[in-house]
Design a protein around this ligand. Structure first.
Ligand SMILES: *Cc1c(COP(=O)(O)O)cnc(C)c1O
Length: 406
């Protein structure tokens, strides 16, 4: 197999463009026609791969899906309208009333809300666990546990788990491991090598090429025996493809959160430069972390790349010798944090991450504003905590901006 960057650039398109365009055009239309009713019937019976209707599949979106599938070394990929659409499609496909899911206790706010406010009322039990403790995790598993869900590097505390060991535990109990690899992307995290079964991405972040568009993706690694999931019974005969088939033919098709062809085009373009941007932002982030760790006003820096981080060795082994482009650090209090944020000139005050531009946010008053003070304390989101997503600007300018703001 050719290398990561070659795969990110040379797509595996099914059909040659009629004009030999090097870049896949944007097919923004809704429907595709057939030469005969017979061909159309064959397509609808699933015996003839063709596009019919863009909510179900579309050539521009398919090119993006094929690239991502290849970069993840998976057997199937579905691009969706957002990262949240990716997570909800996966969980709705796997879980039914009476089942339970073990979820990391450090997750993206939207994911926590999906679990608590959308899935829990449907009769799915959510068991939040600190996945750093395998014994605590195993203690939560019973015969109705279907999924273990976590983020590869959780923010704002930047926790990293031993993913291979979580996968081993899950395999023993026939549980599906679903990893949200948004902050690591297939460039940093080879999910399949660590026993992950399903990867989800918010492609709005690093993959989009610089916060160009909202999108998401689901990739199946092809390494789970789906006969353990009764909800997929109708598709068990498709073996490794049972999960992707259920999604494509039912859940994804019927929930309707498809990726727009325009966004697929932007994100496919983003994939081509992914490794360059990620390398640069990881290098910049390491320098920012080292700088902040030596600054007298900074109480603590959370970044797995720091020499004293408890996560350094596991992160180094799991994430391609890099540590990501997000970090957090503690100032004295809210007033200090706000003063720092308001003085920033290059960093933008925004909740996003993985952009080309550097971003800063005060989690307690933004992402976590709806949580009680006790919940925030339990999640270690203090009033002095700042989260940075470091971009690809010149490092001298980034450090200079932090210096003057501190
Ligand atoms: C942003 C984000 C999401 C949600 O993605 P959207 O594209 O905004 O729906 C999910 N997980 C993580 C880790 C994220 O950073």
């Amino acid at each position: 197999m050719v290398g990561f960057n070659t795969r990110a650039i040379h797509s595996v398109t099914l059909k040659e463009d009629v004009h030999h365009a090097i870049r896949q055009p944007i097919y923004s239309g809704v429907a595709f026609s057939f030469d005969s009713a017979e061909e159309q019937e064959e397509a609808f019976r699933g015996n003839r791969p063709s596009h019919m209707y863009s909510r179900i599949s579309n050539p521009t979106v398919e090119e993006f899906e094929n690239k991502l599938r290849s970069l993840e070394d998976g057997i199937g990929a579905i691009a969706v309208a957002s990262g949240m659409a990716a997570i909800s499609n996966v969980l709705i496909t796997l879980l039914e009333a009476g089942d339970n899911i073990i979820a990391s206790n450090a997750l993206f706010g939207g994911t926590v809300s999906l679990l608590k406010n959308v899935l829990s009322p449907l009769g799915i039990e959510i068991r939040f666990v600190d996945l750093e403790s395998l014994s605590a995790t195993e203690a939560q598993i019973d015969e109705r546990t279907r999924v273990i869900f976590f983020e590869t590097i959780a923010n704002p505390q930047m926790n990293v788990y031993d993913i291979a060991r979580i996968s081993q535990l899950a395999e023993k109990h026939h549980i599906v491991v679903v990893a949200d690899s948004t902050v690591t992307t297939p460039y940093l995290f080879k999910a399949k090598s660590f026993g992950v079964n399903i990867v989800v991405h918010s492609t709005s972040k690093l993959i989009s090429g610089g916060a160009t568009s909202i999108g998401g993706a689901i990739v199946d690694m092809g390494n789970f025996d789906w006969t353990h999931i009764k909800k997929l019974a109708k598709y068990h005969r498709l073996k490794a493809w049972a999960f992707i088939a259920k999604l494509r033919k039912e859940v994804f098709r019927d929930l309707g959160a498809c990726l727009s062809p325009h966004h697929a085009y932007l994100q496919s373009l983003g994939l081509e430069t992914l490794s360059l941007r990620v390398d640069r932002s990881c290098q910049n982030t390491q320098q920012v972390a080292d700088y902040l760790a030596g600054h007298p006003s900074v109480r603590q820096v959370n970044y797995p790349g720091l020499a004293n981080s408890p996560y350094r060795s596991i992160a180094k082994a799991q994430f391609n010798d890099r540590f990501g482009s997000v970090l957090s650090f503690e100032l004295a209090d809210k007033a200090n944090s706000f003063a720092f944020l308001n003085r920033l000139k290059i960093f933008k005050r925004a909740t996003n991450l993985g952009d080309n531009t550097s971003l800063a946010v005060h989690p307690a008053s933004t992402i976590f504003v709806d949580y009680s003070a006790e919940d925030r304390a339990a999640m270690k989101v203090s009033e002095g905590l700042i989260r940075l997503s470091v971009g690809i600007e010149d490092i001298e300018d980034i450090l200079q901006d932090l210096e003057q703001a501190l």
